[in-house]
Write a protein that binds this ligand. Structure first.
Ligand code: SF4
Length: 371
């Protein structure tokens, strides 16, 4: 049932080249996270999301220090080795200091155009609107220049339908998983979500529709397994999901930036783009990279544990990710105080030895099984 998804995720370059030729649209590499793909679609681009990869770092270290996160280092490695030759331009958000600096490095080192959706750090919606108004103007003008196509209300509306449909279908997959723990293995689940980073939206939506139809009516067999909720930025490396599956645990929900924090976003309001993008960026799910004092992660995560029926929370920490590292101790304490078992694994996307992670996961599962 998941073979086609695995095939795409293991053949990313081939997939992108195939659809680039079919669509005849410029490929725009989106560096995580929360850049509204609708804008790229509406401008006639082909967005592909680059959340890092497992390439050994050989060239990017010339520009990025080794204590820079492996998301940034591995994305840069792609461009330096010319593996991402099909990417015509890059779209960034100002999610963290690393990404802000990475865009500056791209501007100096590479000749491809770059755009940045700068996310405001301010308390009120009015101030966010104010700031984003000029940012959106500059981003849309930049995209139109890259693709040579104008963004119109019609193309925006069409793009919002496609991207909104993707997230709605992904939310259905999330709901199926939490209602029926064990129905979908973790490796299959995240491979299905990851596939969407590389395919044109309508092609991906058809694959998801087909998958959801096949899963409807199926039942899980291992209902007594420990149930995990995972929190982190990026759900890679996928090998760790294989370890979770082998341990017998079921993931019932997540709080990944490229998982539920993105999937939970509703349809983009294209009637009022500034309002639409403000809501898109700051809601509905809180994130360590977004300053929004009205959307506190502590009660949010605890509610999520209770709603999903998770037995414990596993924090999935990409080494040197400052925003995640700053939030994690308080979040863990808040959950522990509420008697929710917690553990964490630290990892790099480029890692090849998973022994320590395997030990940590199986020890955590044993604790959960003992109750
Ligand atoms: S993993 Fe953390 S530090 Fe790295 S790009 Fe993402 S938010 Fe920034």
């Amino acid at each position: 049932m998941f073979e086609a998804f695995h095939e795409i995720v293991t053949n990313v370059s081939k997939t992108i080249e195939k659809y680039e030729a079919e669509l005849d649209r410029p490929v725009i590499g989106v560096i995580p996270a929360y850049f509204p793909l609708e804008l790229i679609e509406a401008a006639g681009g082909y967005p592909v999301q680059l959340w890092g990869n497992n390439l050994p770092i050989e060239k990017a270290d010339a520009y990025l220090q080794s204590y820079c996160c492996s998301v940034a280092r591995s994305v840069m490695e792609l461009e330096m080795r010319e593996i991402s030759h099909m990417v015509k331009a890059y779209a960034f958000t100002s999610l963290c200091d690393t990404l802000i600096n990475l865009r500056e490095i791209y501007r100096r080192v590479f000749s491809k155009p770059t755009l940045e959706l700068s996310i405001p750090i301010t308390r009120t919606d009015a101030a966010r609107h104010n700031y984003l108004e000029s940012v959106i103007k500059s981003v849309t003008a930049g995209l139109e220049k890259i693709t040579g196509k104008e963004i119109t209300p019609e193309t925006l509306g069409e793009a919002a339908k496609i991207c909104g449909r993707t997230r709605a279908l992904q939310r259905r997959l999330y709901r199926m998983r939490s209602k029926n723990p064990g129905l979908v293995k973790s490796l299959d689940f995240y491979t299905a979500i990851k596939t969407g980073w590389f395919l044109p939206g309508d092609v991906y939506n058809r694959m998801l529709e087909d998958l959801l139809q096949k899963l409807a009516g199926m039942d899980a067999t291992n209902r007594n397994s420990p149930k995990l909720l995972i929190s982190g930025m990026v759900f890679d490396p996928l090998e760790i999901h294989k370890i979770i599956d082998e341990s017998g645990a079921c993931v019932v929900d997540d709080d990944f930036a490229n998982g539920w924090r993105t999937v939970s976003k509703g349809d983009l309001n294209t009637e009022n783009l500034v309002e639409g993008i403000t809501d898109y960026l700051f809601g509905p799910t809180p994130c360590c990279c977004l300053y929004n004092p009205e959307n506190d992660r502590h009660p949010y995560l605890l509610d999520k544990v209770r709603e999903s029926g998770a037995d414990g929370v596993l924090f999935w920490y990409i080494k040197f990710c400052e925003p995640d590292a700053f939030d994690r101790p308080q979040l863990m304490k808040h959950l522990k105080d509420a008697n929710v078992p917690v553990s964490f694994i630290d990892l790099e996307l480029t890692m090849t030895n998973f022994d320590a992670v395997r030990t940590r996961i199986s020890a955590f599962c044993e604790i959960l099984e003992r109750g």
